[in-house]
Design a protein around this ligand. Structure first.
Ligand SMILES: C[S@@+](CC[C@H](N)C(=O)[O-])C[C@H]1O[C@@H](n2cnc3c(N)ncnc32)[C@H](O)[C@@H]1O
Length: 644
């Protein structure tokens, strides 16, 4: 369900170029410009580590800089951004990537975002619980069916069959019985006091703008927009201290939901005719089955006009005419249209089309490119699209891992060898074609030597692109990527594809904006100030691969400069909607892990897809040895103003 909220503030797309930011010594970053010899970089890295040690000593002595005032500038790992996993340790500061600091007030937008991510994380855990329960019921039913056959000839078998049958039909194990993970997630958040705004208020909610799209009622409850997961009208008691009503408390609406459930609603965006609450068939066909009564929420609306009438199904319904207050920002009509499924039906409907499919048929879903910025409009050029990784001649891939012995699809986390490496459970849920529950140091997927097939849930990131992507031209950032489809949080978006190279081979290359360092090991070890993720994975290969003098510098990178896939067009944002996840599938060498981008949020159609490039400020040097700067045009409220 999608809800279009009532107010939206405009986004300031321009970064302030004059921002004064302290300058740490240069070093490499994940997705970075080249131009500095490796040796020089390593020396700088060591110096920086030395400085950090001195800094920490200073802290311990009580006379040093506080963590917040770290003048050396933390190197933000691309992998540490505001992904679900990160928020579990108290969440990250608004877009800065620093650990949460009680002294720094987070922006309202960041609080909303973090709360929604937390909700989605809880939600996916409960989805997993529910999926397990269903699998168990299925297995029990199968066992019951086969024992029923056998029971004809054995009394003992018959007894056991009865028992399993009893279990399968008990209320808790019935497949059909709904156990709503969204409501469980809400209960969990209530218990943990994680609901964002528990008290009702009249007026707009800070951090929620016009155009904000919720994907469930439960999400609205989580951020305190609406306090009930079922009722359309949320209201509070308002009492008057003076006058003839001084002894009364009146219901006053604080939020309403137009969800398309009421057959008598009329939503023209600017002018809404809203049907009161009550009397419709919640569990069946959702039609009106009873007269509505003028009570509770139906008494609470402050409206332009209201009246009672016989609705489509012949029952009395109350109607309320609501009009948008003057001075509000325009509704984002395009998004509403796409939500309603009015995506282009043919190529001729795509405005500014400059290329029908940049993948030239390689991807299952074509990727059109549009350009409404340049005159004359040009198409993206200067690269060759490639959907699978190319390996440089001097890079040798490790041998395939042994894998698991499961058949068909891996079902039991206690017996699947790959899943055991992920800690105690599958990293993914089956729902929506596979969603990652939370960001991890590394995800172990099934690989070529495993007994399972392509439909296995533990191969979620290996299935290629599944959304309808568009590459589009922006005025300030070159090309960018968006999806015409809704992308649920935790869904795999794409892999970063290019040429797998040794980093030393690209160090002296001319400027290349498309290089991605494979720095999973550095992130896992929390090196250089990186946030650490959920540690519940086992990584036998790490220790043997470590070289203590060089541990900050990734050995391999993916160069998508001349050859790459859609990921090369995804821009940076200081408040991104994707996160980077290292994945190991065919082998278990973390230094050569696959780099996957996953949805950090529920992403509405047409929202630009972005991830945090993870540069430390002043970490990039030009060929002249001078620190290079690039201004950020991500437009996020908490924009750091510079990419590097
Ligand atoms: C990996 S490419 C992304 C695709 C690129 N926009 C293009 O046209 O091919 C990285 C480059 O995009 C631009 N870019 C990405 N994010 C940006 C941002 N937030 N602000 C400004 N430029 C950005 C910078 O030029 C950066 O070096």
């Amino acid at each position: 369900m999608v809800v279009q909220s009532l107010v939206q503030s405009s986004i300031d797309a321009q970064a302030d170029a004059d921002a004064e930011i302290s300058s740490p010594p240069p070093r490499r970053a994940s997705s970075r410009l080249q131009g500095k010899p490796r040796l020089q970089k390593e020396l700088l890295v060591r110096r920086r580590v030395q400085l950090l040690d001195e800094h920490e000593d200073g802290d311990r002595e009580g006379g040093g800089l506080s963590k917040r005032a770290n003048v050396y500038g933390r190197r933000r790992s691309h992998a540490e951004n505001e992904a679900q996993g990160a928020s579990s340790n108290g969440a990250l500061e608004g877009g800065t990537g620093k650990p949460s600091d009680p002294l720094v007030e987070k922006s309202d937008h960041v609080k909303v975002k973090e709360t929604l991510r937390l909700f989605n994380k809880h939600y996916l855990y409960f989805v997993q619980e529910e999926e397990k329960r269903c699998r168990k019921v299925e297995a029990d039913n199968k066992a019951s069916a086969s024992s029923k056959k056998a029971s004809k000839s054995s009394k003992k078998a018959s007894k056991s069959s009865k028992n399993s049958k009893k279990e399968a039909s008990s209320p808790d194990t019935k497949v059909g019985k709904a156990k709503r993970p969204d409501l469980k997630a809400l209960t969990k958040m209530l218990e943990n006091k994680e609901i964002l705004r528990g008290t009702k208020r009249i007026g707009s909610i800070p951090g929620i703008d016009v155009g904000h799209q919720f994907y469930s009622r439960a999400e609205m409850v989580a951020v305190g927009f609406h306090s009930h997961w079922l009722n359309g009208i949320d209201y509070m008691g308002q009492s008057y201290s003076k006058g003839e009503y001084s002894n009364y408390t009146f219901p006053l609406a604080v939020a309403i939901v137009i969800s398309g459930m009421y057959e008598d609603d009329l939503d023209n965006a600017e002018d809404v005719v809203y049907t009161g609450q009550g009397g419709h068939n919640l569990t069946g066909d959702k039609r009106q089955i009873q007269d509505q009564v003028l009570e509770r929420g139906n008494l609470a609306l402050k409206v332009v006009q209201y009246w009672a009438e016989k609705g489509i199904s012949g029952f009395t319904v109350f109607k309320y005419r609501l009009r948008r207050a003057d001075g509000q920002p325009a509704l984002t009509t395009n998004q509403v249209q796409f939500i309603n499924g009015r995506v282009p039906q043919s190529l001729s409907e795509i405005r500014g089309l400059v290329c029908e499919d940049i993948s030239e048929g390689q991807e299952d879903v074509p990727i059109p490119a549009t350009n409404l910025v340049d005159d004359p409009p040009v198409a993206p050029t200067g690269f060759t699209y490639c959907k699978s990784m190319q390996i440089a001649q001097n890079v040798k891939l490790p041998t395939d891992a042994t894998g698991c012995n499961c058949k068909g699809t891996c079902m039991d986390p206690k017996t699947c060898a790959c899943t055991m490496l992920n800690g105690s459970d599958f990293p993914y849920v089956q729902r929506d074609g596979g969603r990652l529950i939370e960001a991890k140091d590394v995800v172990f997927e099934c690989g070529p030597k495993c007994g399972c097939g392509p439909a296995c849930v533990n191969r979620t990131s290996q299935r290629g692109l599944k959304y309808r992507f568009e590459v589009f031209r922006t005025p300030m950032k070159g090309w960018a990527v968006r999806s015409w489809d809704f992308i649920p949080s935790g869904a795999p978006v794409c892999e970063y594809i290019g040429i797998l190279r040794r980093t030393e081979d690209v160090d002296n290359a001319s400027e290349n904006y498309y290089i991605f360092d494979i720095d999973c090991l550095q992130t896992m070890k929390g090196l250089d100030g990186r946030e650490r993720r959920s540690q519940a994975v086992c990584l036998p290969a790490v220790n043997s691969l470590e070289r203590p003098d060089d541990q900050n510098v990734p050995d391999f990178c993916i160069d998508a400069g001349s050859t790459g896939n859609i990921a090369r067009f995804i821009n940076h944002s200081c408040e991104p909607n994707l996160f980077v996840q290292c994945v190991l599938s065919s082998h278990h060498d973390i230094k050569l892990a696959r780099i996957m981008l996953f949805a950090a949020d529920n992403i509405p159609p047409l929202q630009e897809l972005t991830y945090d490039y993870g540069y430390a400020l002043d970490s990039v040097m030009g060929p002249d040895g001078k620190v290079k700067q690039m201004f950020c045009h991500c437009g996020a409220t908490g924009c750091r103003k510079r990419l590097f």
